[in-house]
Design a protein. Structure first.
Length: 137
């Protein structure tokens, strides 16, 4: 076989193999906003904040009043709230991923220690549609 014909055949085989990609699908996901209130007391208190992992992405997190100290222990994000009167307010924007067969659920799939000891003032969430496939662009 002439060298140019062999080159064309090999290039054709390589091109055909590279153009076959697995389907690009995303697991079901929920994007939400959560506002939690923690009552302040006469002593400083420690609360756990959520940490991004393979199922949860923290898009934004705000705490008022500002926490006094933040530390990471055994994979947990802990903050110390100041002593005082009133309440601390946490505002969290998040994206929660399910698996291929089930949509994520709130509060079941959200880190419960963030909510424990606090009161949910507001929660809004919507399931996101899948992103467009490269063919649709």
């Amino acid at each position: 076989m002439p060298r140019t014909v062999l080159s064309v055949v090999v290039a054709g085989l390589l091109g055909a193999g590279c153009s076959t990609l697995p389907p690009s699908d995303w697991p079901p996901r929920l994007e939400g906003y959560l506002e939690i209130e923690h009552e302040l007391g006469p002593e400083p208190q420690t609360i756990e904040l959520p940490v991004s992992d393979r199922r949860l992405t923290i898009l934004e997190l705000d705490c008022e009043p500002a926490f006094e100290r933040e530390r990471f222990e055994d994979g947990l994000r802990l903050v110390d709230l100041p002593a005082g009167e009133g309440a601390a307010h946490l505002r969290i924007r998040y994206r929660l991923f399910g698996d291929r067969h089930a949509s994520p659920r709130f509060p079941e799939d959200f880190p419960s220690d963030t909510i424990r000891g606090g009161r949910i003032l507001r929660h809004e969430a919507a399931e996101l549609p899948p992103p467009p496939t490269p063919d649709a662009l």
